[in-house]
Design a protein around this ligand. Structure first.
Ligand SMILES: [Zn+2]
Length: 269
């Protein structure tokens, strides 16, 4: 596929340094991973650009100053993937990254506020994240989330998906312990969770993978950040819009209205 794009005059880039070197080439195709791109928490081990770098590069290419305008879709897929893996540490890092990408869009909007609409939306919540409640021993529910727990989450250095991939399908007990010590400092696997990884046991049908579920539960028991499932949830999502037409996105709306609203705004007058 990349050869077909190259034949049409596209510059094809595969790594962050190549993207940086691309400048303002009018036709640019960036392909940085064969499957999902890495979570921000894992990016150090790859040559992938960040969402911010990709957003800036796309704006450099698209903002030709010829008055024709453009549509740019920026998606942080990592937040959904982190939700599926019930991975609060990867989720927080990817949300911060998304936040910085939004800032790039808002800075662009501030330079041409009469001509630029920025819409920020989630397509759905994933995992049923429950950040405030943990049932502790004794049978009573106790609010336990605190700054200390967020700091523990901040010290995690690997996504749960990558940890599961590194451990593979039949990890040795020593390998499980060493990975937790190295990448999840301050956490310990309770015996039932350690056994669940070694015996590939998922807690219930609504959790998809044994290792992911066990590591997520390890973090939840210590910090209170629990998850309801490995699937998409029915929670409403927050939407923000700034610029001409922003009022069309105000209030309580069905998600199918968004496409119609964007069509209306883009239709030639
Ligand atoms: Zn999903």
């Amino acid at each position: 596929m990349s050869a077909a794009f190259a034949a049409k005059g596209y510059r094809v880039v595969r790594t962050a340094p190549e993207l940086r070197a691309a400048g303002t080439d009018a036709r640019l195709l960036g392909l940085f991973a064969d499957d999902d791109m890495a979570h921000a928490i894992d990016r150090g081990a790859t040559s992938e650009p960040s969402l911010v770098e990709m957003t800036e590069a796309a704006l450099r290419v698209l903002d030709r100053g010829d008055g024709r305008g453009f549509v740019l879709l920026v998606e942080s897929e990592g937040t959904d993937v982190a939700g599926h893996a019930n991975d609060v540490a990867a989720l927080v890092r990817d949300l911060w990254e998304f936040d910085r990408a939004v800032a790039v869009g808002l800075a662009f909007q501030a330079r041409a506020p009469a001509d630029t609409l920025v819409v920020v939306a989630g397509d759905h919540e994933t995992g049923g994240l429950t950040p405030t409640l943990a049932r502790r021993a004794g049978g009573s529910n106790v609010l336990i989330s605190s700054g200390e727990h967020l700091e523990m989450i901040g010290r995690i250095t690997m996504s749960i998906s990558r940890a599961a991939a590194v451990l593979g399908r039949a990890p040795a007990p020593d390998a499980v312990d060493a990975l937790v010590t190295r990448h999840f400092p301050g956490f310990t696997l309770d015996p039932d969770l350690r056994d669940a990884i070694l015996q590939r046991r998922t807690p219930d049908l609504n959790f998809l993978a044994a290792t992911e579920a066990a590591l997520s539960r390890m973090i939840a028991r210590r910090t209170g950040f629990y998850w309801a499932s490995s699937a998409h949830s029915g929670d409403p999502v927050v939407v923000g819009a700034l610029g001409p037409g922003a009022d069309l996105f105000r209030g309580w709306r069905d998600n199918t209205e968004f496409g119609r609203a964007l069509h209306r705004l883009l239709a030639p007058r």
